[in-house]
Design a protein around this ligand. Structure first.
Ligand code: 5GP
Length: 180
């Protein structure tokens, strides 16, 4: 397996997630918050984010499969695991790992809207504006990054690297440019 080079170190990730958690805590003080986690890429981000948010909240999970090649989605998204509970009338915070083209998150937002939540906001650990095809406002954003393929802190390459505590970039050993 290639050794990823560090893009954002673990301490920086943790500090930013704590800031986002504090902002969420302020914004949802008097609200009944439902956090919807998109599996699998955002599971570590979401786990740290909810622990940085000292609020009573409910967790639910979407499993999704985005169709595309190894590194790019087409916007055709299949829900492989649906929410366990209704979000009607709830204040929903959707938690994503990365907004790349925006196609996946747009599909999820449209799906959630049909279920009549009281409010709907988006938290994403990462955003790659260079690749945007559908602009989606991100209410709580961790980091804006360049157009590189990122692994670690929940994000995978062929299911590997999710357990790295930092965000890394895979650099081919022949010295050519990072994946994509
Ligand atoms: P989008 O539909 O916004 O193009 O793609 C979103 C999904 O593609 C993310 O939830 C993630 O699963 C995957 N993805 C996009 N960029 C990256 C990346 O740099 N690294 C990894 N591991 N997955 C990515």
């Amino acid at each position: 397996m290639l050794e990823p080079s560090v893009l954002i170190d673990a301490e920086t990730v943790q500090a930013r997630v704590r800031e986002l958690g504090a902002a969420i805590e302020r914004d949802y003080q008097d609200k009944d918050l439902t956090v919807v986690v998109v599996l699998a890429g955002s599971f570590i981000f979401a786990a740290d984010l909810v622990r940085a948010t000292a609020l009573p909240l409910t967790l639910d999970f979407f499993g999704v499969r985005s169709y595309g090649d190894e590194t790019s989605s087409t916007g055709v998204v299949q829900i492989t695991h649906d929410l366990a509970r209704s979000v009607e009338g709830k204040h929903v915070l959707l938690v994503e790992d990365i907004v790349d083209t925006g196609l996946t998150v747009k599909f999820l937002i449209d799906t959630l809207r049909t279920r009549a939540p009281a409010s709907l906001k988006l938290a994403s650990l990462l955003h790659k504006p260079a690749r945007t095809r559908l602009p989606v406002p991100i209410d709580y954003l961790g980091f804006t990054i360049e157009d590189v393929f990122v692994v670690g802190y929940g994000l995978d390459c062929a299911q590997r690297y999710r357990n790295l505590p930092y965000l890394g970039v895979l650099t081919p050993s022949d010295g050519s440019s990072p994946l994509r």
